[in-house]
Ligand binder design. Sequence first.
Ligand code: DLL
Length: 436
Amino acid sequence: MIWNRNKECMSRDEMSALQGKRLHKVVEYVYHNVPFYRDKMQQLGLIPDDIQTIEDITKLPFTTKKDLRDNYPFGLQAAPQSEIVRIHASSGTTGNATIVGYTRKDIAIWSECMSRCLTAYGVTRDDIFSVSYGYGLFTGGLGAHYGVENMGATVVPASTGNTEKHAKLIRDLGITGIACTPSYALYLAETIDRMGIKKEDLKLKVGAFGAEPWTENMRKEIQERLGLKGYNLYGLSEVMGPCVSYECKCQHGSHICEDHFYPEIINPVTLEPLPKGQTGELVFTTLTKEGMPVLRYRTRDLCALMEGECECGRTAVRMTSIKGRSDDMLIIRGINVFPSQVESVVLSMEEFAPRYMLIVDRVNNLDTLTVQVEIRQEYFEKALDTIGEIDALEKKLARKLQNVLSISAKVQLKEPNTIERSQGKSARVIDKRVLK
Ligand code: DLL
């Protein structure tokens, strides 16, 4: 089944013509409504009429997460506040979140694209679908939720946490589909085992997994343990949320909703477009968004584009799985974490030297984060006499980190000069997770 045959199966010429028309419109719209884009275009000597076809896109400037951060909170918003019906936020690199506002039309397009994904996975109105991405500022929960409702299937807004209760609901309600991070799916499988629930007692058929990198081995393990078929779901808040691309039954790359999100692949160093099929940094331009459109947004995700019709009948261009990042962003329990966010917290506390280390691990399929920080020599000599004081300082840092990162971290205070100094570029992260 195909949710929107008109758009998902367009001929290349029709698609390019539509993209060109939409690109011109969005460029005109941001030129008149977002001073940031107008300034950037003026610096390049561009006016909206210079952008007529989709090929003209390479004339436009790039947008980065730093641009969003520098214009925090609403600087890149194009629609008036009265038109914004929802706001989501994603991690910034130094504590300031990236704020994304959506108009009613944006939410309708998001839901439509999410319904395309679910239909490609084989979900129908008869399915009961549980959404176990976090609900809240993160786009995962509400994004997937609206897509399920939009297509008329039944949504169970299970969210994360409370896994035993969730496992019981999956069995008792005969839940047939689940949307969550792949690592949460493995954790759920373990919980189900521990509770003595058998795979045969479950009706699960489909999993919509994303928000973090995962491998074919993880897919196999999840499928085996939960008795379902796992599909990739990709997206990012700055562009929309989950729904930007999705696997079909052929599972040979993820189809991009390219009538709404135009993809390019660039060399992250020279910023030049790369020839078709080469791996580089994925860049998106939103073609229809009203709330916060982005022009040539650098995702930092590394992948390649695959053209040509897929056996499923869709013509929409596909992207390979994400091969890595061109920056230092970590994804821990589905949440984006930048080492610089930890640094900003450490530097804000006089008790600490600017020496820290993030240790990321995966224990029983759950990501853990440990932050080691060196206590400043003066402070160590003067103030830290008792275990109680060390304990209080640990708790204070843990609280601040939780506030900034939105996930909990275990804090380990270190004596002065004990965190290993690296020779060249300082290594701040030890990621022990091996994605098998
Ligand atoms: O993670 C949106 C989302 C929610 C996607 C639920 C899929 C499912 P952000 O928090 O802004 O948004 O993080 C976006 O997560 O640039 C990738 O690095 C990574 N990512 C998202 N989906 C995948 C995936 C959501 N399927 C960042 N595979 C992106 C690998 C993914 N990485």
